[in-house]
Design a protein around this ligand. Structure first.
Ligand code: ATP
Ligand code: MG
Length: 564
């Protein structure tokens, strides 16, 4: 089980469970499950549910099952099952040998349905889907009973058997629970239990042409697995009476407690598999693991750590009311974690050639650079220094604005872990007027300390040696949507996609040691942010780095400016 780095804060779910333990409601047992439908990749919203479902039993000495809730053949696949398994593991959780599939319960679920029919609690209804909707009534009007509601047990058993045998077309018959068409809770108005679907299932193949509805399958799967606490999101609150109805009427031995909590909504993001499938399908992103996606696969590839995501889930807590969590909080957690674990390095994203006129042409020095200034335990590395370097284009300004403490005409700056250099001249492209080369001189007295004469320099900038650095492609990722609540735009949600969510810089220069780093390695490029070797596209021959997150939150700055 994953170790949380802070003690779990308590919440209404944990309080309820502690009460159950005290009163011996489930003989002191705590058994939860995480029940994804394998019809897409897991996203950060699922992570909240995973942390809750696995975190609670870890705390109270219980168990958590991983259950594929695969009761709808359309859209489910083995690929999704495998991705779910990989992602839950990566997040740091362990279900032991308790990986289950709702589709393994089909026979038992079918027997449960037969029992309901035999007891006069379910019937085959032959209204059309439109008629069923019409008969259901509205929030203010009661529904109308189906003319098929009083079919005999024998007729129901016969029809249900023939539904299973494939004798009928989709939509011609359904099995419904006989509850109450006048119930104020629409969910209880004779809900559908089984429908005909002539589609092969990725696990059961063509064995079934009849599939159970979620409400029926879910509570019984929970009961079969002896779950004690069935934690789900708020939209199932109205379904709780139905959850209990099935279990009560079938007099099952294990009757779990359903508990609802508010789902995670994250700003500038969509968290619905349906929408994510659309983004993938329409090619808006590269795939499920595109580093801009809110999927765990995307975040992993981007360079987020499981620790950062778990910490985020613990900070947002668990409540009964929905809200919109700011993406900046997630990014803050990522920064906080990477600040501790990512070794420092130097990378120049937009290189400007800089020649040190008084540094000998053939000379090369190896300068000792700490891998983490606050953590000597992370050691140091030797970075080559020579006459021709690259610095960031941004770190020179011909006419420096106020508070610009970098290089400019007449100025001196320190090169990180190296010498103080002084501006000597620049070369411009005669056509474009663009600065293509800088000339400086260095002060040999300044490698290990400030200038001996006490003069002040402007600031510190990073650099790499032109000859000893290696080229790299760097992908700068930004939020996928430019408005806090893309779904607030209704059907036009794709209109608020951020056109600048990906910027590719093809001519970056990085320290040559990165060539030997395994894919997925993360670094802090000093003064820039955190970067991760792309696990799909990077190779020693062609380095590709993803920007995980910049050092500072540039969106906060934008928001501040707007306020002013
Ligand atoms: P989606 O709305 O993305 O299609 P879903 O609820 O249909 O999600 P499931 O595979 O059924 O997806 O989800 C598995 C579990 O994860 C469920 O218990 C569900 O309540 C929970 N879950 C899904 N989305 C979120 C979210 N945004 N926040 C918290 N829990 C979530
Ligand atoms: Mg669902």
């Amino acid at each position: 089980m994953a170790q949380m780095n802070s003690p779990e804060p308590t919440d209404f779910i944990r309080e309820m469970i502690e009460e159950h333990i005290k009163t011996n409601r489930f003989q002191g047992r705590v058994a939860t499950r995480f029940p994804p439908e394998p019809n897409g990749y897991l996203h950060i919203g699922h992570a909240k549910s995973i942390c809750l479902n696995f975190g609670i039993p870890a705390q109270y000495g219980g168990t958590c099952n991983l259950r594929m809730d695969d009761t709808d053949p359309s859209g489910e696949s083995e690929e999704y099952v495998n991705s779910i398994i990989q992602d839950v593991k990566w997040l740091g959780f362990d279900w032991g040998n308790r990986l289950y599939f709702a589709s393994d319960y089909y026979d038992r679920l079918y027997q449960y349905a037969i029992r309901l029919i035999e007891e006069g609690k379910a019937y085959v209804c032959s209204l059309s889907p439109d008629e069923i909707r019409e008969y259901r009534g509205t929030l203010t009007e009661p529904g109308k009973e189906s003319p098929y509601r009083n079919r005999s047990v024998e007729e129901n058993l016969d029809l249900f058997g023939r539904m299973r045998a494939g004798e009928f077309e989709e939509g011609s018959h359904v099995l419904r629970a006989k509850i109450d068409m006048a119930s104020p809770n629409i969910v209880m108005r004779d809900p559908i239990i089984y429908r005909i679907k002539k589609a092969p299932h990725y696990r059961t193949g063509n064995k079934w042409c009849l599939y159970p509805m979620y409400d029926f399958a879910h509570c019984l799967s929970d009961s079969i697995e002896k779950i004690t606490h069935s934690i789900c999101t708020l939209e199932f609150e109205n379904n709780r009476p139905l959850y209990d109805w099935f279990l009560d009427e079938l007099k099952v031995e294990n009757h779990p407690q359903q508990i609802e909590f508010a789902r995670l909504n994250l700003s500038c993001t969509v968290l619905s598999k349906r929408r994510l499938i659309e983004l993938v399908g329409k090619g808006v992103v590269e795939g499920w693991d595109d580093p801009r996606m809110p999927t765990l696969a995307g975040m992993r590839r981007r360079g987020y750590t499981p620790e950062a995501i778990r910490n985020f889930c613990s900070r947002i807590g668990v409540a009964k009311t929905e809200n919109l969590v700011d993406l900046s909080l997630l990014e803050h957690c990522v920064r906080e974690d990477l600040n501790q674990r990512a070794p420092r390095s130097m990378g120049v994203l937009r290189p400007l050639r800089l020649v040190i006129d008084n540094y000998p042409e053939e000379k090369k020095e190896e300068l000792e650079c700490p891998n983490h200034p606050q953590n000597p335990g992370m050691g140091s590395r030797r970075v080559p220094f020579s006459r021709v370097l690259y610095i960031e284009q941004d770190d020179f300004h011909e006419d420096p604005p106020k508070k610009y403490n970098r290089l400019g005409p007449g100025r001196e700056v320190r090169l990180r872990y190296s010498y103080v250099i002084k501006y000597a001249g620049m070369v411009k492209d005669p056509q474009s007027g663009k600065i293509i080369e800088l000339h400086c001189t260095y002060d040999p007295e300044t490698l290990h300390g400030p200038p001996p004469d006490g003069r002040k320099v402007e600031g510190v900038i990073h650099w790499v040696s032109a000859e000893h650095s290696v080229p790299a492609e760097v992908r700068l990722y930004d939020r996928l949507f430019q408005v806090p609540d893309p779904m607030g735009e209704g059907d036009d949600w794709m209109k608020s996609l951020n056109p600048k969510s990906l910027e590719i810089l093809s001519f970056c220069r990085v320290e040559s040691s990165l060539r030997d780093a395994p894919p997925g390695s993360r670094y802090q490029f000093e003064r820039q942010g955190y970067f991760c070797l792309d696990s799909r596209d990077s190779s020693p021959q062609r380095l590709v780095l993803n920007r995980v997150v910049p050092l500072r939150d540039s969106w906060a700055k934008v928001a501040d400016q707007k306020k002013k």
